[in-house]
Ligand binder design. Structure first.
Ligand code: PXL
Length: 287
């Protein structure tokens, strides 16, 4: 079984970051080691969250693992909360052994053209440095605009997304998948680019008219886990897009406030069925 280290906050209530990554990656069949960067009573869409920063604990934890000879096949980073944590995570990743584990960075910084509460230019700069080291980055359009220093596009043609993907990989990452891309009314999805092969791909699924907190974390966790189970990047992106849309569809009938997040608990069985179907047909997947 492959082993992944995921580095992000733990929000006790309001499903996102580690409370999505851990169950989803485990269900997919990947040993999941967690490095919580902060402990929050809730995610930051609730008012007055009680936050305990764990930045100072990260290096000692990693040092202990090193002493034990622990190695990872992949490292997946998500919401990191402040520039000091991003800096520390960049250092952790820089020393993560030889051969270096596959590094997936979801540069969680904002949405709908704006940075999340508490983030500024310095936070963006630190995330840019971390992204430069990545094998794969997974920004949404807002994050891509901040990372590349371009203005946020309300809508994008396929050619414009391709330019943005190239600009993103020019910052250093080997591959980029841009999420939240709607190329046609009623559809949404993602587009990807591999700097080495210079190949693009595009995935579109029916758009469900609802938005939930933690959606990006679900997408990134499925992508990370599926890659470790042997799917190609295009297959993993296709599965993540289809499964995320399905989970939004299932959730939107529950009548609860959006900040309580997605009902992914109900849809994990479907995720595993789709994953096994793709693996059985995939040339890339080790059966
Ligand atoms: O889902 C992204 C995320 C993760 N963790 C925390 C957040 C957010 C987005 O706002 O506040 C604490």
């Amino acid at each position: 079984m492959k082993r992944i280290l995921t580095i992000q906050d733990i929000s006790c209530l309001g499903k996102c970051s580690l409370t999505i990554a851990l169950p989803v990656l485990s269900a997919i069949g990947v040993e999941t080691v967690i490095l919580p960067t902060a402990l929050l009573s809730t995610h930051t869409m609730f008012k007055d969250a009680v936050i305990t920063d764990l930045a100072d604990r990260l290096m000692p934890i990693v040092a202990h693992w090193k002493k034990e000879g622990i190695r990872f096949d992949a490292v997946y980073t998500g919401y990191l909360g402040n520039p000091k944590v991003v800096q520390t995570v960049t250092e952790v990743v820089g020393e993560s052994g030889d051969p270096a584990p596959f590094l997936l960075v979801d540069p969680v910084m904002g949405d709908h053209g704006r940075l999340y509460q508490g983030f500024d230019d310095n936070y963006v700069k630190k995330n840019r440095d971390l992204c430069a080291m990545a094998d794969l980055i997974l920004p949404n359009l807002t994050e891509a605009a901040f990372l590349t220093g371009t203005s946020y596009p309300e809508s994008c043609s396929a050619e414009e997304v391709q330019c943005l993907l190239k600009a993103l990989t020019e910052l250093g990452a080997k591959k980029a998948v841009l999420t939240g891309i709607s190329l046609k009314r009623g559809e949404t999805g993602a587009m990807g680019y591999d700097r080495e092969s210079q190949q693009f791909f595009s995935v579109q699924v029916p758009q469900v008219p609802a938005a939930y907190h933690g959606t990006g974390d679900l997408f990134a966790s499925v992508t990370a886990g599926s890659l470790l189970r042997g799917l190609s990047l295009e297959e993993a992106t296709e599965l993540a897009a289809r499964y995320t849309a399905y989970t939004i569809e299932v959730t939107r009938h529950n009548g609860r406030e959006k900040r309580f997040g997605l009902d992914f608990e109900k849809t994990i069985p479907q995720l595993l069925t789709w994953l096994e179907e793709i693996r059985s047909q995939s040339s890339a997947a080790v059966k």
